[in-house]
Ligand binder design. Structure first.
Ligand SMILES: [Fe+2]
Ligand SMILES: [Fe+2]
Length: 248
């Protein structure tokens, strides 16, 4: 699937809320992917919750309910965030529409693989959330609405990171399925994040941002993120080494 080029009229590129445009677009691209991704998480856990039939007072049943409530809140918040992004740069609309369809191919997987993918995506989210919460490189530490939204989301992801793993253990999900899902989810997320970040940056160039400045920002971001990537790589293995919990 290719992402169509940005062709609409230029508008001022003024949305560098995260220090630089490139660093901002990295999070903006992630936000575009979240509403549909979180809908997939919610639908999958809802169907597995029905399958394992928690008894009244079963703590895991309440934890799944909390997980679903929190992911629904994230979906609403990121839908508003994405609407504001498109209002500021209308040429991003087709990119957002493409992002809304990214989970369509996941519908073809069987139920165990869907649950394994939920565990994997939640683990990846927790790894990123841990990095955002513990280190200052990826996300600015100011009080802008966008930065506060990301910090709130990171905190809730870390708070419910164990839920999908516990459901997988309850229903006896195989380690091999989980390993395959983690590889698939990592490939999907890394590829989509890069492609959509690039597509949004291209919109900024069409809207008047300096290509040279963005290239310099991009190189600076990539080099500066090496320590973050090394830490996150270490946590990435946590799911396979300690299947009862996500990133630590
Ligand atoms: Fe979330
Ligand atoms: Fe989550």
């Amino acid at each position: 699937m290719t992402i169509r080029p940005c062709v609409s009229a230029p508008v001022p590129a003024t949305r560098a809320w995260n220090g630089t445009l490139v660093r901002s677009r990295f999070f903006d691209a992630l936000s575009l992917l979240l509403p549909t991704g979180e809908a997939f998480l919610i639908e999958t856990l809802e169907s597995w919750r029905a399958a394992f039939e928690p008894m009244p007072g079963d703590e895991l049943g309440s934890e799944v309910d909390r997980f679903i409530r929190e992911e629904q809140a994230h979906r609403r918040a990121h839908s508003l965030y994405n609407a504001a992004l498109i209002e500021a740069i209308p040429s991003m609309q087709p990119i957002a529409e493409r992002a809304n369809a990214i989970t369509a191919e996941l519908a073809h997987f069987g139920e165990p693989m869907k649950l394994a993918l939920v565990v994997a995506f939640e683990h990846l989210t927790a790894v990123l959330a841990q990095e955002v919460q513990s280190h200052r490189f990826l996300l600015v530490q100011d009080e802008s609405r966008a930065a506060r939204l990301w910090r709130w989301h990171a905190k809730e992801e870390l708070g419910h990171r164990h839920v999908a793993v516990d459901v997988a253990r309850r229903v006896g999900l195989k380690r091999g399925t989980l390993t395959l899902a983690l590889l698939l989810a990592t490939g999907y997320l890394a590829t989509d994040l890069m492609r959509y970040t690039f597509a949004l940056c291209r919109c900024d160039v069409h809207a008047g941002a300096s290509r040279k400045t963005m290239l310099v920002d991009c190189v600076g971001f990539a080099l500066g993120a090496v320590p973050s990537l090394m830490r996150m790589s270490r946590h990435w293995f946590g799911l396979l080494l300690a299947p009862s919990r996500g990133a630590h």
